[in-house]
Design a protein around this ligand. Sequence first.
Ligand code: KIV
Length: 265
Amino acid sequence: MNGTKRQITVPEFVEFKQQSHRISMLTAYDFVSARILDEAGIDAILVGDSLGMVFQGHETTLPVTLDDIIYHAEIVGRAVRHALVVVDLPFPTHLVGGQSAIVSAGRILKETRCQAVKLEGGEDQAGTISALVSAGIPVMGHIGLRPQSVHTMGGYKVQRDEERLLNDALAVQQAGAFSVVLECVPAELAEKITKALDIPTIGIGAGSQCDGQVLVLTDMLGLTTEAPRFVKQYANLQDTISQAARQYREEVQSGEFPASQHSYK
Ligand code: KIV
């Protein structure tokens, strides 16, 4: 895959909607995972601020810094040859105004090989999205459940305010975003939003009728202890890694490892 296909561009990603090509997107934070996902043909890789929870062990995404995100995005960008790579703007880099958001997003594009940023916000962030897009920075919006606003929202809850979500989606598109994530939105409403927009919607806990889907990699690989209901677990790496570590410990203790083929003469 890596040797034969060039990297997906932002306009090509947008065209996927018209082509009815359902977009696959997963998160990655490290070189090995990013390389494997890229070689598997995943369309887009998100260096999400979910790394604060699943990589750094925080309770929320709020502690993630711009330097943290750039550190991981630089590593992921170096591994990817085919997928579009999108990087989260961490809290509160985009909430302090368009100019400041340009400086933060500009660092991401200058210091990594990634092509676009994602930011949480709807109508309230339209001005910032528009400033970033005018500066030549492609933006993916993120509406519905916004994990950076967990304290305001009172927890990680399904978002059901139809009027507000439709307004948010249209405002994000109008401001120039090339795509929008819909997180924890009832399936019927997500379908309605998807039909109302020209840009692709990427669902997470938003049913099957979005233009694409995104999952947090550790959730779908079975490495997260309490994954949300919307996650499908495609592997159980927790058990695989645990079993391998136990066997290794036993073989080191018994002297079975290393055997002669693992040793030099
Ligand atoms: O940070 C992240 O991984 C995300 C996805 C949940 C969409 O924003």
